[in-house]
Design a protein around this ligand. Sequence first.
Ligand SMILES: [Zn+2]
Ligand SMILES: [Zn+2]
Length: 414
Amino acid sequence: MRKTTPGSGMRSVDFGRPRLLLPLLIVALLASGLTGCLPVGTGTPSPTISAIATSTAAPTVEGPTLEPTATMPPTQQPTPSPEPVLPVDSLTVQFLDVGQADSILIQVGSHAMLIDAGNNNDSVGVVGYLKSQGVKTLDYVVGTHPHEDHIGGLDAVISAFGIGRILLPNATNNTATYEDVLDAIAAKGAKITVPKVGAAYDLGSAHFVVLSPASASYPDLNEYSIVIRMTYGRFAFLFCGDAQALDEQEMLASGATLTADVLKVGHHGSDTSSTPAFLQAVSPEYAVISVGAGNTYGHPTAGTLANLAAVGAEVHRTDLDGTIVVKSDGSSLQFSFKDTSIDGSGGTTVANPTTKPAVTSAPVDATTTVYRTATGMKYHLDGCQYLSKSRIALSLSDAKTMGLAPCSVCKPPQ
Ligand SMILES: [Zn+2]
Ligand SMILES: [Zn+2]
């Protein structure tokens, strides 16, 4: 029911706000001056993590913020509507190619937000890239969870830009990387917000809600990942960090709205995430996997790719596509790709050795030959990067008869 209608590029999206059925759990304050961080083992529950710190030294921690911010116009108060007011600004979401790591830049008009900042050795590259995109201030900085491949460059980002709100989960890590982040926050005189499930914020005319983590403690650091669902015009994005199957179960049980047009797949496409039930609830048209070429983890796994294929998602990967750019005016989505990598390059943006062939639109003619893959739900132009080796030629009219949708990247005739 949520597939693209050929020719429209639009989908029916449920804009209802999440219903919060889970009890709001205790959110503990992060200890200030946590330079002797509380260790969180990857297999051992850490009871100390919910301890409430009493120190008043910086960095200070702000409690969860649940109220909508004052910038929300009255017309967009949560009145369920299938046809929301279209935004006047524009949205750009960029999944940076930071190798085996995550970093996502979201810009709405003059507002900007960063979810994760790559590995330590991506620091200079991420800061440089954000500057090249005109970022001067980040309204929000999110460190989904304190693993190096997510917060490695966060200290450099916090130091380099004006910073609004810093969102971190109630989890610590006994690493120099994590200490660097706390030090950068303290040096900035900034505060940490530990968002509760249901916390809602605005970024320009985009809105986002925190969906996870719901529990006070977990055995695995990945399970603390802050998961964000952002809506913009007709579209929704779901950013999953390294959320795991347990988080997916909790989100499903919460009754929150999970549907998303674009899913940032959890944990680099690992099989510890992307359970079929969760993917069915999200029903993504597009799935983005942030993953390093030739990584030693085997990400993304064949199982995750199969699960994504089973829900008809069109998969884009930073290891194959470079930086993935999604633009929207609220009524349509456009994907494009940058052949650049800032994966540990020390700040030098390098061109990938292979350049994808340009694809152009062909005149509309029902006898035009288009191509499909054996399993995909889209049809493509010859040369489209999303055609696999198993491409199958067919006429445009046959493609329509089969119910295939035009690829949003190569834009075949409709
Ligand atoms: Zn990760
Ligand atoms: Zn992780």
